[in-house]
Design a protein around this ligand. Structure first.
Ligand SMILES: [Zn+2]
Length: 77
């Protein structure tokens, strides 16, 4: 809990949408006010996930190398 507070809550916390089917970062379309996954479309479960901006940046850099990082979502205990 202390590590989460120092490294996320009191630091560079961002909330990203994640597709639960494929694990990729999802997109929010402001014009239509819908969330969708660029891989699965809009017929999938999409959840907001809190992470540090540094981790989001790492995911973006891995994607720029042609590798698709996937987040496996589970219920918080
Ligand atoms: Zn997806």
């Amino acid at each position: 809990m202390a590590l989460k507070e120092r490294l996320v809550d009191e630091s560079d916390k961002v909330t990203e949408l994640v597709c639960s089917r494929c694990g990729m970062i999802a997109i929010h379309d402001k014009r239509r006010n819908v969330d969708y996954c660029s891989v699965c479309g809009s017929d999938t479960e999409i959840y907001p996930v809190e992470m540090s901006y540094a981790f989001k940046l790492l995911l973006d850099e891995i994607k720029s190398l042609g590798v698709a990082p996937r987040l496996i979502l589970e219920d918080a205990v």
